[in-house]
Design a protein around this ligand. Structure first.
Ligand SMILES: [Fe+2]
Length: 478
């Protein structure tokens, strides 16, 4: 949730080019589907994780602009039919969002894809002073007696097993084609502790209709399982302004819609896109915004945060991959800034998106050269690029041979397939599975820490051969 709402300044004719680049009228008010329209009922309810997920969680929701001041209620979930008697009330913070306008560094620009949409209100609470590893029921209020259903969310344990889903780019055909993928993930892991979305949640950053589709596809899932969103390039508007910094404007929806940890040591435009969550003694998550031009600043921050973390497993997520798997999509500058930090701290897993292909590979800094497909390989960092939506690209030529100097080995790849990944941490063992939308196992491994070494203790297992455009069904751009 944005802590400060900047007043809109002068209207700039020079910037209307941005508006013209969009399809005018394609989300006009008269065409709004019922699941897009804001009403007095709370919708787009999403749980997110603050800095201390063992004692708190955040909830954000939307209503129409008639709801000025509202609140949420919370109670420990019990077996009693009326568990809700005695629920505690918490006042919400309310933020108005006019989806037709964006404040672009002091200039107001039009968002033509939201033409005709009225302002909406986004409300948020952070429930605090909760018990660890405890199931809570909460509900959020709109106007009058218009409440959400009671939803249940569990706080993080101080230590112990954790499981979570990781999804690459959703981006396109969210309602028609991405929905089955996230729901398949939910069916596979209904008790997942959170779901990590590694960027490009939508295609057009600020287009309300796409966010409506995203929330329609996820349904009640993110009312119960916290979302950990990563900002991708499609969460930033591209403006025709003189400086690179000013050409990257975060989606107007992002900060109102997600209540994420703030990092006081980072620049204002990195708030709620670069953050860390120390989930428990067993897991520390670090989220980077690779579309931000401030890569060096984030690399320095990541270096400091990793050095200070005593968590057993450390996982970094960012949108643009360190090692590209799509054709002509390499990011050498980002790699130059971030890979030394990842190597220095032997980050366990790096979870990425952007290339609309599947790739998994590993770096081992020990001299032994290892086939990571098999058991016994010593490993420092495992890198994954994945895609959850229906837009699919071809795999880059030569696989990862030209990254040999970086010491990375490609283990498994795929094209023309939507995936979700289930990652489970239990003490010194991390287990990974990549599954398709039908639930089929495509890739997996176990990584185990023992006496200061990290090894692959279960090699790649799969129920199918390598999938490529040449041996799978017909494809059409969604
Ligand atoms: Fe992307």
């Amino acid at each position: 949730m944005t802590r400060q709402f900047l007043p809109f300044l002068a209207f700039s004719a020079a910037l209307l080019g941005l508006a013209a680049a969009h399809d005018p009228g394609d989300a006009g008010a008269h065409q709004q589907p019922p699941w897009q329209e804001a009403t007095g009922w709370p919708d787009r309810i999403v749980v997110t994780l603050p800095e201390s997920p063992q004692s708190s969680f955040a909830v954000t929701w939307r209503t129409d602009a008639t709801v000025d001041a509202t609140f949420a209620e919370i109670v420990e979930a019990r077996d009693d039919a009326r568990f809700d008697i005695g629920a505690e009330r918490v006042s919400a913070r309310t933020e108005r969002l006019d989806p037709q306008k964006a404040d672009a560094f002091g200039e107001v620009i039009d968002i033509a894809s939201n033409a005709g949409l009225p302002p909406a209100h986004f409300h948020s609470v952070i429930f605090e002073d909760l018990k660890p590893d405890t199931l809570y029921a909460y509900r959020v209020k709109g106007t009058g007696d218009q409440w959400s259903e009671w939803l249940q969310t569990r706080t993080a344990a101080e230590s112990g097993p954790i499981s979570f889903l990781y999804l690459g780019d959703a981006q396109n055909a969210l309602r028609s084609h991405w929905s089955r993928l996230i729901r398949a993930g939910f069916q596979e892991a209904p008790k997942a502790d959170f779901i990590l979305h590694a960027g490009d949640l939508v295609n057009r950053p600020s287009r309300d209709l796409e966010w409506a589709e995203w929330f329609d596809a996820t349904g009640f899932i993110h009312g119960m399982i916290p979302a950990v969103p990563v900002a991708g390039n499609h969460e930033y508007e591209r403006l025709n302004l003189p400086s690179v910094e000013q050409n990257r404007l975060l989606s107007v929806m992002w900060r109102p819609q997600f209540t994420l940890p703030e990092e006081p040591t980072l620049a204002d435009d990195l708030q709620e896109v670069a953050y860390d969550i120390r989930y428990s003694n067993d897991l520390h998550l670090f989220i980077i915004s690779t579309q931000s031009p401030k890569i060096e600043e984030q690399a320095d921050w990541l270096d400091r945060e990793l050095a200070a973390s005593d968590a057993r497993w450390k996982i970094v997520s960012m949108h643009h991959p360190i090692f590209s798997s799509g054709a002509d999509r390499d990011s050498p500058e980002r790699r130059a800034a971030l890979l030394p930090v990842i190597n220095k701290h032997k980050v366990d897993l790096v979870l990425q998106g952007h290339d609309h292909t599947y790739a998994r590979g590993a770096i081992s800094q020990t001299p032994e050269r290892i086939a990571f497909q098999s058991k016994g390989g010593s490993v420092d960092t495992m890198f994954v690029n994945s895609v959850s939506g229906p837009k699919q690209y071809g795999f880059r030529a030569g696989d990862w041979d030209d990254y040999e100097a970086d010491g990375v080995t490609l283990v498994r790849k795929a094209e023309n397939t939507q995936f979700f990944q289930l990652i489970t941490i239990d003490g010194d063992r991390l287990s990974y599975e990549a599954r398709t939308a039908t639930g089929a196992l495509y890739d997996s491994f176990d990584m185990t820490k023992k006496r200061g070494r990290k090894r692959i203790t279960r090699g790649s297992a799969s129920t199918m051969g390598e999938r490529s455009f040449s041996n799978t069904g017909a494809y059409k751009t969604p």
